[in-house]
Design a protein around this ligand. Structure first.
Ligand code: FES
Length: 148
């Protein structure tokens, strides 16, 4: 391989690396199902829990906020945007599949790339996620929130 062709190959390799880096930093307009790149974040689990499974006591879900609870092998966000109005949402971020990990200031936060979702309906408040959290049916059963 000549000096010139080796240089061209190296340049092409650099462009390829830059292209991969750009894909990794995309603004979320892709529909990639690739794994999250943040290894410090727990990977999302998707096995559904059974209907009727108790998720959390109603008293443990703060008004105007919410909690993230275990549901089978995955997690569910239970919020209470208004008194005695409970909302269930998947904790799996639709951006690249991380689990959201915080409910604060009326938003649900994904730690991987900073997406934020409304506690009212899971809609996107801040990207890069382009779609909101999926709804999870929940009902009040006595003093418990259970899967619907
Ligand atoms: S996985 Fe990227 S913001 Fe949630």
């Amino acid at each position: 391989m000549s000096q010139m062709s080796r240089r061209n190959v190296l340049a092409a390799g650099a462009v390829g690396v830059a292209g991969v880096a750009l894909v990794g930093c995309s603004s979320g307009d892709d529909t990639s199902t690739s794994e999250p790149t943040d290894q410090a974040t727990e990977p999302a689990q998707t096995s559904p829990a059974a209907a009727g499974e108790e998720l959390v006591a109603t008293a443990d879900v703060p008004v105007d906020s919410g909690v993230i609870v275990d549901a089978g092998e995955t997690k569910v966000v239970v919020t209470q945007p208004q008194a005695e109005q409970y909302v269930g949402l998947s904790a799996v971020c639709p951006h690249q599949g991380c689990l959201v990990n915080e409910v604060a200031d009326q938003v649900i936060v994904c730690p991987c790339h900073g997406s934020q979702f409304s506690i009212t309906d899971g809609s996107v408040v801040q990207g890069p996620a382009m779609t909101g959290l999926s709804p999870v049916p929940v009902v009040v059963d006595g003093d418990q929130i259970v899967l619907g």
